[in-house]
Design a protein around this ligand. Structure first.
Ligand code: ZN
Length: 285
């Protein structure tokens, strides 16, 4: 017995030494790999940044006050009234008459209509309030992804943790399904994207998409993920082909997948249960 434990200790030391030399290699290489990756990303980002965002006024979420992005004039209070501001100005800046981006009234409209549908579906319940927060976050992610092809972690990750927290109380699903949903959502899409990349030699999806599906998994539970992926990819294919056809763009034009994931996730949060019910009734009578 004593001899066995000595053998075990010696083997453990030898094995750990090998692991140690592997760790020292990682300590050396991981930062270099990351720094090179960041350097490449920074270089490609900087050229775009110089044209688009540099030389603008100092900005945070609160300051400066709302202004026309074209002539920089600070807006009057009535220009800021949601939806009506746009209608009063007939879709043009009151100072320089540049057209106001259609996204302003569209976002305002969506921010009002989605909670209304949530209310019709859930009534005045806790689930309704959570589904409002979910809807507003998805609107934000959708528009940022459409315009800039990024889905900021600053929105996705807090929403992922929040989804897990509220499902501790079985709000939309049980906590096991929520945790598995977050893990499978991220890894599933990551795996799919890697295989896609190996086959086509093209980067098809961004990490923002993986994290968004992880967030949806945390809110909905893993059981709904296949449906979310199926719905979003079918929609993405149909609308993507339509856009290519109408705008006559090249088929390698970058294409935001986040909005389709967000739309499918929202449909499932609201109507996942009735849809599954209907599906089972249809096939199992
Ligand atoms: Zn203006």
């Amino acid at each position: 017995m004593l001899q066995n434990s000595w053998i075990f200790i010696i083997l453990l030391c030898l094995f750990s030494l090998i692991i140690g030399s592997f760790l020292s290699m990682l300590v050396y290489r991981i930062p270099i790999i990351l720094f090179r990756q960041w350097h490449a990303e920074c270089q490609s980002f900087l050229s775009e940044y110089q044209n688009k965002f540099a030389n603008k006024r100092k900005m945070n979420i609160a300051l400066p006050r709302s202004h026309c992005p074209h002539c920089q004039q600070t807006l009057r209070w009535y220009h800021n009234i949601p939806l009506f501001g746009y209608l009063i100005q007939k879709g043009k800046c009151g100072f320089c008459h540049t057209s106001i981006a259609i996204r302003y009234p569209l976002i305002e409209l969506a921010a009002a209509i989605l909670p209304l549908i949530c209310f019709i579906q859930f009534g005045n319940t806790l689930v309704f309030y959570f589904s409002c927060i979910f809807s507003w976050a998805l609107i934000l992610q959708t528009y940022i992804d459409i315009e800039h092809h990024i889905i900021p972690d600053q929105i996705t990750l807090p929403m992922l943790w929040f989804g897990l927290l509220i499902n501790l109380q079985h709000t939309f699903t049980d906590i096991q399904s929520a945790i598995l949903g977050a893990v499978i959502g991220y890894l599933g899409l990551w795996l799919f994207a890697r295989i896609f990349q190996l086959i086509t030699k093209k980067e098809g999806m961004g990490h923002g998409d993986f994290k968004l599906l992880a967030m949806l998994g945390a809110w909905l539970g893993w059981q709904y993920l296949p449906f979310v992926v199926l719905l979003s990819s079918s929609l993405g294919a149909i609308i993507g082909i339509a856009i290519l056809f109408v705008q006559k763009k090249h088929k390698n034009t970058p294409f935001a997948f986040g909005p389709y994931l967000a739309f499918a996730g929202w449909i499932v949060l609201l109507f996942g249960q009735p849809i599954t019910q209907w599906y089972f009734n249809l096939f199992l009578g």
